[in-house]
Design a protein around this ligand. Structure first.
Ligand SMILES: Cc1cc2nc3c(=O)[nH]c(=O)nc-3n(C[C@H](O)[C@H](O)[C@H](O)COP(=O)(O)O)c2cc1C
Length: 200
């Protein structure tokens, strides 16, 4: 099993990283080959809407996203981890998601052979507030990101009320849940699917 963790927060050692690390630790314990992508270390341009991708499924923007396309296609589990920024993903995570339009084009326009759909996607999200709708934007984005890369929306861990760096450590039960989820997926277990509606 290959488990790819995409860490979308700019804050090193912050709540998202702690949550994702618990998940990846569990996945490794479950026997998976684990890789963590640190988006702040990469140069990923926003999608420029050139629509070259609908011709051959490739993106003409030559940046670090090029090395992520094969990883997204090879992973058995893709975990997208981001804090809530203004009711959405961080700009770093959203840039990656938007650039998977090239994979969407391969799948839906060019109808190329595509790995999946037995592959699984996980959303790990943290936010400061207790707002009912705080995760709505990210959940919808994750739903269509996972569809573009053909992984089932298998699981999500959504953590409200964490703001200060490391505040999530005060919720050890969440970290146990994340590690356990990672372990199950790392062992090859099928979980979910996530029931997206109602969204809040
Ligand atoms: C630019 C910015 C926008 C934010 N917007 C929201 C928001 O809309 N809703 C919310 O609940 N928290 C919001 N937050 C708080 C973060 O989601 C919260 O502090 C989170 O724990 C940060 O995770 P991290 O430590 O992994 O970076 C925002 C934080 C920043 C810096």
């Amino acid at each position: 099993m290959k488990v790819l963790g995409i860490w979308g927060s700019p804050r090193r050692g912050g709540n998202t990283e702690i949550l994702l690390d618990a998940f990846l630790t569990g996945a490794a314990q479950g026997g998976a080959e684990v890789e963590k992508i640190t988006l702040t270390k990469l140069k990923i341009s926003p999608c420029m809407e050139i629509y070259h991708c609908i011709k051959d499924g490739t993106c003409p923007i030559k940046d670090d996203m090029l090395e992520l396309y094969p990883k997204l296609l090879a992973a058995d589990v893709v975990a997208l981890a981001s804090p809530i920024f203004f009711y959405g993903l961080t700009a770093q995570a959203k840039a990656l998601v938007d650039r998977t339009q090239a994979l969407w084009a391969r799948r839906y326009v060019l109808k190329q052979d595509f790995p999946g759909p037995q592959r699984q996607g996980v959303l790990l999200c943290v936010g400061a507030t207790q707002g009912k709708h705080v995760f709505v934007g990210c959940r919808l984005t994750a739903r269509y990101f996972f569809d573009a890369i053909n992984v089932a929306y298998a699981a999500e861990i959504l953590v409200r009320g964490v703001d200060e760096k490391g505040a999530i450590l005060q919720k050890p039960e969440i970290l146990v849940e994340s590690e356990d989820l990672g372990r199950r997926l790392g062992q090859g277990e099928t979980v979910g699917p996530v029931k997206l509606f109602p969204l809040a």
